[in-house]
Design a protein around this ligand. Sequence first.
Ligand code: SF4
Ligand code: SF4
Length: 554
Amino acid sequence: MLPRLFSFNGGVKPDPNKGDSTREPIARLPLPPQLVVPLHQHIGGTPRPLVGVGERVLRGQRVGGADGNVSSAVHAPTSGRVIAVESRLMPHASGLSAPAIVIEPDGEDRHVEREAFDWHAASPGEVRDFLRDAGVVGLGGAVFPSHLKLNPGKAGHTDTLVLNGAECEPFITCDDMLMRTEPEGILRGALIMKKMLAARQVLVGIEDNKPEAAAALKAAAAALGDTSLEVVVVPTRYPAGGAKQLIRVLTGIEVPHGSRSTDYGVQCFNVATSLAVFQALEQGEPLIRRIVTVAGNVERPRNFEVAIGTPIGFVFAHAGLKPDTDKLIMGGPMMGMPLPGVDAPVVKATNCLLASSAALFPPPEPELPCIRCGECARACPADLQPFELYWHSRSRNFGRAQEYHLFDCIECGCCAYVCPSHIPLVDYYRYAKSEIWARERDKDAADSARERFEFRNWRAEREKEEKAARLAARSAAKPAAAPAATDGAAPTADAAVDPKKALIEAAMARAKAQKEAVAAKNTAEPDAAQQAQIDEADARRARAAATPDSERTE
Ligand code: SF4
Ligand code: SF4
């Protein structure tokens, strides 16, 4: 029986442009002369480097250790020598650099000892730790550490595991080709995750423009004979591959603004992530390679299996970058971001490298004022009001933008795609999000500085009090000395109670005694010797007064 399908609001139908890169099977790209492995390739903390310059590493060796639980490890993609641990250009529109391990391959591709992990016998926490240390993160683009999503939480179980094979964005075909070539590994990974989440069923969603992939997965599911696995073909409509949209289509569950699908018993993983889980646990292979679609303005569009850290220019060179290329994009034409240069490396998030030209993507038409036509709202699959988000982002009224659920925007680009005023709406949303994050970072930094300042003051105050208490205790331990020091002054009743006050009173008494001694000395009559000295000084002053200035020698 065909499963009942649901529909999500909005969406668009751009030209898929997927045919060129699926004509040839996946090719394994050779290793480049140098691999740049960024330490931070996922959501969460930056791993700490575990190797130094000059060290020899093996393929699959951990070179960056996860920074706490919300993080993920990174590994050497091949054997070789670490030639630098330094900041390198990252594949990000900002053009910023970040710490990376730079490895010179030795050509031997020697592997660390590989061992399957006995996940059946291990506790769920141990399996999650293993996946964290194997560097498994979401490969659909979000790069969220997978081990964190494989926790059923307080409920102890999840109803449905959704495997996302929709791959709705134009040009991108890496998941399509992976499903055709590795259907069994993908489904075995899904069954492992199903067990970890104690889920009832697994639904694999594939758009109907990938018939070969759907057939391969259906055949693999039949061979596995697990009736809880179901491969479901869904209508092609962008962005059916958005997690909330695919969940809606497959289960009918509408995840409201600000909520997570797990609140409704559904967890979603990309098909490539599922294969990575299988390879890590069953084959002991950490995440060191991925499939990358190379398409657009290239001579030989194709999918390549690429070692993480391979320079993007090296990948494009194998696909034959055409000379009239004017822009390089990581991702697809709807959600991708422009690349700052060909030296940036392929990372775990690199699903597609797209070369753009004026012929392929004509320059955008000039931006016109918003006419409030509402087309953007009709196209929004997240049921947002894009023109409101635009107004508030543009006027830097970020609080209002958040009230309109800015962070529920998945940056799919449907609104900008239909906007008759050619407003680059997503650019405004990205700007607003980055400003809000920057403000939060600044606020966190200011809060930390204030806490440090308050702590320092509290510590200084405490040290002062401890010192006073120590002195008081010492004074109390010498009761006989007290009368002499205070010139007979007895401590007051208060001082007897308060050691600090006793100390102050003792100090004041000592100062008073010293002052009185000096005054007594000054008023006492001189003895005979002192009187003789005084007389002689007087006589000297009298002689000096009688001598002319020019004769003085003093
Ligand atoms: S589609 Fe463009 S012009 Fe129309 S309301 Fe949205 S932002 Fe304004
Ligand atoms: S980019 Fe954001 S606002 Fe625009 S259609 Fe997509 S989800 Fe809606």
